[in-house]
Design a protein around this ligand. Structure first.
Ligand SMILES: [Ca+2]
Length: 159
């Protein structure tokens, strides 16, 4: 599915879209060192979410296919949650609501499976593969009531 950029007019709390290099250098290094120390469990996700679900901030959440939050359901991401897409066709599609309220200390990061700087070396290949734009699909927000705060989206097809 083709991803569309989140429209600022429809999203009062747009995600801050950046690459690691867009950060001030020192801040980026601190963040990467912090991330490298974190030992996170990996949880795979694919398919439909039709009742409310919460993804832990203590885990890396890998999209192994499209994940669709159905109308009426809310997917809540805890601060510190890292969501990694593993293929350019894999989107997080939200017909219900996405509640992603990170904090300054524990932002929520959407990125590629190849990005080891968030949540560690999830694909267990050290730096053999590197993330690039279009490494995964993106976030498709089609419902109302989405909240994204202190959330970064890296290397998707839409940001
Ligand atoms: Ca890796």
């Amino acid at each position: 599915m083709r991803s569309l950029p989140v429209s600022p007019a429809k999203n009062p709390h747009p995600a801050r879209v950046s690459t690691p290099h867009a950060r001030p250098r020192r801040k980026a290094r601190r963040f990467e060192e912090f991330e490298a120390r974190r030992l996170l469990a990996v949880i795979n996700h694919a398919g439909e979410i039709s009742i409310d679900e919460t993804w832990s901030g203590a885990d890396v959440h890998v999209l192994t296919g499209d994940v669709t939050v159905k109308a009426g359901a809310t997917l809540t991401l805890q601060p510190g949650a890292v969501v990694k897409g593993s293929h350019f066709t894999h989107d997080l599609i939200v017909d219900g609501a996405l509640d992603a309220r990170g904090t300054v200390a524990a932002p929520i990061v959407f990125t590629s499976i190849h990005d080891d700087t968030a949540g560690g070396d999830t694909n267990n290949n050290a730096a053999a593969t590197l993330p690039a734009p279009f490494s995964w699909g993106g976030i498709v927000l089609r419902g109302a009531g989405n909240v994204l705060e202190h959330t970064e989206v890296r290397y998707g097809s839409s940001g």
